[in-house]
Design a protein around this ligand. Structure first.
Ligand SMILES: N[C@@H](CCC(=O)N[C@@H](CS)C(=O)NCC(=O)O)C(=O)O
Length: 219
């Protein structure tokens, strides 16, 4: 049986949700974030050298990176119906799986790090110390994030899922950045907001919340 190393309020939630969608048997190890730094606890480094979450262990096998974990689960837990590999659906599935972390999460994380840093700077020093982050926000982050979210919004027009007409690992990967964006920006369109609500209403998603037994705050 595999074990999901689950960090509170993190990308781990998408993996827990997938395990529930698959009806897989699993164990859950829950880790709390450090109250001062909000980082993962040092004990996660004993599971994987980077100490990030999610991590899945399965006997001697350790799998890190959400994208690699969802592929592993599809292959190992009779979940290939969630990972089309052929034709246009296969290409689309691979595209969105990579887009989620590669294109969508990256600028959202950068903006988040800048905002946390900004909150720690005394307000009278902010104009000086936040000059570079503010310039990066203006010249790059705002247009990149908006461009990504407009692209997603247009893709979701008239669609229930990211790929074809069934839930796939593309949805599992996309939900986390879309939840984060919904909480943090006004650039998320109505199709995307409705999609996030639909996913969150799924019984397996609700079962994942229950299994974690912690509030899930992603904004
Ligand atoms: N691209 C990685 C990102 C992993 C990652 O950064 N996880 C965050 C949680 S969302 C984490 O562990 N943060 C705690 C820390 O950096 O200490 C993935 O998708 O698994």
């Amino acid at each position: 049986m595999c074990t999901l190393h689950y960090l509170e309020n993190s990308r781990s939630h998408r993996i827990l949700w997938m395990l529930e969608e698959l009806g897989a048997q699993y164990k859950l190890e829950v880790y709390r974030r450090d109250k001062r730094t909000n980082l993962a606890p040092a004990s996660m480094k004993a599971i994987h050298p980077l100490g990030k979450s999610p991590v899945l262990t399965d006997g001697d096998v350790t799998v890190a990176e959400s994208g690699a974990i969802v592929e592993y689960l599809a292959e190992r837990c009779e979940g290939m119906h969630m990972m089309p590999t052929e034709g246009e659906d296969g290409r689309q599935c691979r595209y969105w799986l990579h887009f989620a972390e590669g294109s969508l999460m990256a600028p959202l994380v950068t903006r988040y790090v800048f905002s946390v840093a900004g909150n720690k700077v005394p307000f009278f020093l902010r104009p000086v110390l936040m000059f570079v982050p503010n310039a990066i926000e203006k010249a790059y982050l705002s247009q990149t994030i908006k461009g990504n979210l407009d692209f997603v919004e247009s893709h979701l027009t008239g669609r229930e899922f990211f790929v074809g007409d069934a839930l796939s690992v593309a949805d599992v990967m996309m939900i986390f950045p879309l939840e984060a964006a919904t909480g943090r920006t006004k650039d998320v369109g109505p199709n995307t907001r409705a999609y996030v609500k639909r996913i969150q209403a799924r019984p397996a998603y609700q079962a994942a919340l229950k299994a974690a037994g912690l509030p899930y705050v992603y904004a």
